[in-house]
Design a binder for this molecule. Structure first.
Ligand code: FES
Length: 120
């Protein structure tokens, strides 16, 4: 069991407890991914392509626990290149799967959500 703290665009924090053995937690993204976890707890992260690594709307920034996540593959890297405000800790929530060995802090960027909603 580990905890994920999601920080939304209003700087509100939601802490959820995750049991990796329960994956998949919802029906979007890789099983056990941050998108899978977030949606299972009614935490909204944009996911225009449905979680199949074909957009960059699920861009999140891993503020803590980055080292416990699977490394991004080439497809994810290609999509991340399209994301606004890319950082060294940026990931696609639908592809990023923590191994559960430490707690995470995940920021959902304000600008990502706004850009996605305005269709830019
Ligand atoms: S939802 Fe489209 S890449 Fe994650």
């Amino acid at each position: 069991m580990y905890r994920v703290t999601f920080i939304d665009e209003n700087r509100c924090e939601r802490v959820v407890t995750v049991d990796p053995a329960d994956a998949p937690h919802s029906d979007h993204g890789r099983p056990g991914s941050l998108l899978d976890i977030a949606l299972a707890h009614e935490i909204e992260i944009d996911h225009a392509c449905g979680g199949v690594c074909a957009c960059s709307t699920c861009h999140v920034i891993i503020r803590q626990g980055h080292e416990t996540c699977n490394p991004p593959d080439d497809r994810e890297e290609d999509q991340l290149d399209q994301a606004y405000g890319l950082t060294a800790r940026s990931r696609l929530a639908c592809q990023c799967v923590p191994d559960g060995s430490a707690d995470l802090v995940v920021e959902i960027p304000r600008w990502n959500r706004n850009l996605a909603r305005e269709g830019k």
